[in-house]
Write a protein that binds this ligand. Structure first.
Ligand code: FMN
Length: 355
């Protein structure tokens, strides 16, 4: 990619392909996996601004950054400016080098309050939150970034107006998912609003939404002139998409898909890391979704996914996975093309963000 590298405050990022924050997905093992396979930047899952939840196992797992390459970016969500500033300070004290404000989550309620993208509808409150988080972080040398949608609904597409206010208030980088809050994950992402925001701002602007192939990445970059791209769902089960996109943007040529052996080994390594963070009981269960994504659309993948749901131990899960990939390897050297598979992102994100 010939464009200049993105700088967030003092942090120069190694490339312009970012993995999107996805609550319940982009935990530390998954972020590290994506970084190893070509993502230049990874924002951690949302941490609530509700203090009483900071001691919970879920929040402390979300705040696990051990061994993670910097810069450490933590996303916070909430609806109260003072609480958000406190949440930012709490995370900075625990090693966050960048704080990202979530105004993108479409879940009906984030932590029982209308947060996430719902804040875009209340511009005064949105700005107050930005100002108080910036006032807390910037004097400590920690830049503040923000992720939002194009607006609340098709009639209230106010991303451009908000983006200008946020830039003036000191936001260091802005990511825009090309859907309104009303759309959830339905319909198609549009890139006109992202292009308009990019043209109007001096800070880096990141384009997000429906980027799922190297060609789409090239086209979205060209159309929006964004400084970077953020990829979410297309990285689920296919973390090598980052190196595939990077290679295509650099050379115009496609990398071959991973070999079956590499795909098996990447997933196995991911699972070991995953069990290390969650322990056996919870790890085996939460690993199922990653395994399901990895085999989605592959021959025999659906039957295997169902079988996986019956296994309750790490060693069983690992062995079944090895056997399944080895069998696939009898017929293919490399991962075969996948069939499109249904995925209910609204439910997935709702469940994850509400947590
Ligand atoms: C399961 C799931 C959880 C998500 N959680 C968050 C979140 O915590 N914070 C956030 O800003 N966006 C969240 N998102 C939105 C993604 O970051 C991204 O904006 C969206 O998926 C569109 O990008 P994509 O088409 O590349 O997936 C989530 C999306 C999914 C599917």
């Amino acid at each position: 990619m010939s464009r200049p590298l993105v700088k967030i405050g003092p942090h120069l990022l190694p490339n312009a392909l970012f993995v999107a924050p996805m609550a319940g997905v982009t935990d530390r093992p998954f972020r590290q996996l994506c970084r190893r396979l070509g993502a230049g930047y990874a924002v951690s899952e949302m941490v609530t601004s509700r203090k009483e939840l900071w001691g919970s196992l879920k929040t402390s797992r979300r705040a696990d950054h051990s061994g993670e390459p910097g810069p450490i970016a933590v996303q916070i969500a909430g609806t109260d400016a003072a609480m958000m500033a406190e949440a930012a300070a709490y995370n900075v004290d625990r090693g966050a080098q960048i704080i990202d404000i979530n105004m993108g989550c479409p879940a009906k309620k984030v932590c029982n309050k209308w947060a996430g993208s719902a804040l875009m509808r209340n511009e005064a409150l949105a700005l107050e939150i930005v100002e108080s988080v910036v006032a807390q972080c910037v004097p400590r040398g920690v830049p503040v970034t923000l992720k939002m949608r194009t607006g609340w609904s098709a009639d209230e597409r106010n991303a451009l107006r908000l983006a200008k206010l946020f830039e003036a208030a000191g936001i260091a980088m802005l990511t825009i998912h090309g859907r309104t809050r009303e759309q959830g994950y339905k319909g198609l992402a549009e890139y006109d609003t992202i292009a308009a925001v990019k043209a109007a701002l001096s800070i880096p602007v990141v384009a997000n939404g429906d980027i799922d192939t190297p060609e789409k990445a090239r086209d979205v970059l060209a159309y929006t002139q964004a400084d970077a791209l953020m990829i979410g769902r297309a990285a689920q089960g296919r973390p090598w998409i980052f190196r595939e996109v990077a290679h295509f943007l650099a050379t115009g040529e496609h990398l071959p898909p991973p070999t079956i052996v590499e795909a098996r080994d990447v997933l196995t390594e991911h699972l070991h890391d995953h069990y290390g963070l969650y322990g056996e009981l919870s790890g085996v269960r939460s690993a199922r979704k990653h395994i399901g994504w990895a085999v989605r659309g592959l021959p025999g993948g659906e039957a295997f996914r169902q079988h996986m749901n019956t296994l309750e131990r790490c060693d069983q899960q690992l062995q079944a996975l090895r056997d399944w990939f080895d069998e696939l390897g009898q017929a293919h050297d490399r991962l075969p093309p996948t069939l499109a598979a249904a995925n209910d992102e609204d439910a997935q994100a709702d469940e994850a963000c509400a947590a």
